[in-house]
Unconditional design. Structure first.
Length: 120
């Protein structure tokens, strides 16, 4: 197993993204190919989970599009991801918040984790 892990680490290029976890609201900008053209598209939503480790790590984002919930799974090491921006830090007690799928309206709110920077 060690050989496989070392081979994965050599082949996959690591990108540095800001730290995020489940409950955070993030924006992922990724490249979309339409015919022979490429354009960036942004997907903004709440992180439901981070899964896996190393080269096979993925994360799931959920957003509401109209009245329909849309989820998308992104590989962390995908070459199509241009940038990840953390918009809000959420305060949740679980690593995987699948119960969030059944919530609507006010029940679907996640408390924001406030960080107070010391101002001198």
């Amino acid at each position: 197993m060690d050989f496989i892990k070392s081979l994965e680490n050599e082949l996959v290029e690591k990108k540095s993204y800001p730290a995020f976890k489940s409950g955070d609201t993030i924006s992922v900008t990724y490249k979309i190919k339409e015919g022979n053209k490429e354009r960036p598209q942004t997907f903004q939503g709440v992180v439901l989970q981070r899964k896996g480790s190393g080269a096979t790590e993925t994360f799931t984002i959920r957003k509401m599009s109209g009245n329909v919930g849309v989820e998308r799974i992104f590989p962390v090491n995908s070459p199509f991801i241009e940038e990840i921006v953390v918009n809000k830090k959420g305060r949740v007690r679980r690593a995987r918040i699948f119960y969030f799928r059944q919530r609507t309206g006010k029940a679907a709110r996640i408390k924001e984790k406030r960080s107070f920077a010391h101002q001198a």
